[in-house]
Design a protein around this ligand. Structure first.
Ligand code: SF4
Length: 217
């Protein structure tokens, strides 16, 4: 099943699976090719199961309190929202929030550059989706963090991410992918403490902190 798990979430998920006697299978879902080291770097993982093994027969999530970041975004998909605001991108961004008619609709001016009205948009999305919006921010922040770490390594000339083409796909299929963050750590480009700090700042996106930042209840 498609989820989009981040690397630092995997050990915790594996631990939970062991404690629940679940035979958890995880596989890479997003892989990039580093031409410098000829290594396939995995930046995201999926569960290698048709249905989520953490979903119980009673139709509840067995790990709800500790569910992955991506599960915390449900039912909201705000891919690109934070990047748009941070990078002050002026093209309009469509924010998807599912097709279920019961999902609240949010109004904001789509033609206006998002960064100009970001406070209003953030407030509207927070009012409509509450915790799911906070989860979405957390998830997107995590994705930006991994992307920036790779960009930084590339700028320093330590890695060279190849554009995808048939040859690169063949190279990826022939190789054994490694976790991008573990790879950066092994090259001295990321320390355990730095990663912990970054994960902590992702976790600092809480309902309370957003309420405070936006001045809403
Ligand atoms: S919320 Fe729980 S049951 Fe649903 S996909 Fe995530 S881990 Fe699985």
């Amino acid at each position: 099943m498609t989820l989009g798990l981040h690397e630092w979430e995997l050990p915790g998920l594996r631990e939970k699976a062991v404690s629940l006697s679940i035979d958890l299978r995880i596989r890479p879902s997003m892989v990039m090719w580093d031409e410098t080291s000829k290594t396939a770097l995995t930046i995201m993982w999926n569960l290698d199961h048709e249905d989520c093994p953490f979903f119980s027969q009673e139709r509840i999530c067995k790990i709800y309190k500790d569910r992955p970041l991506v599960c915390q975004t449900f039912p909201l998909i705000t891919a690109g929202l934070l990047s748009h605001v941070i990078q002050r991108i002026s093209e309009p961004l469509r924010i998807g929030y599912g097709t279920c008619p019961s999902v609240p609709k949010v109004s904001f001016q789509e033609n206006k550059p998002l960064f100009l009205g970001s406070r209003h948009v953030f407030k509207e999305l927070f009012r409509a989706f509450g915790e799911a919006f906070v989860g979405s921010l957390r998830y997107e922040y995590a994705t930006i963090m991994v992307r920036d770490l790779l960009k930084d390594a590339e700028t320093k000339g330590k890695i060279c991410i190849s554009p995808m083409n048939k040859e690169i796909v063949k190279s990826i299929l022939r190789s054994k992918p490694v976790g991008a963050l573990a790879f950066l750590e092994s090259k001295g480009l990321l320390s355990e403490a730095e990663l912990k700090d970054s994960v902590r700042s992702i976790e600092s996106f809480t309902v309370k902190s957003l309420q405070e930042r936006l001045g809403v209840n």
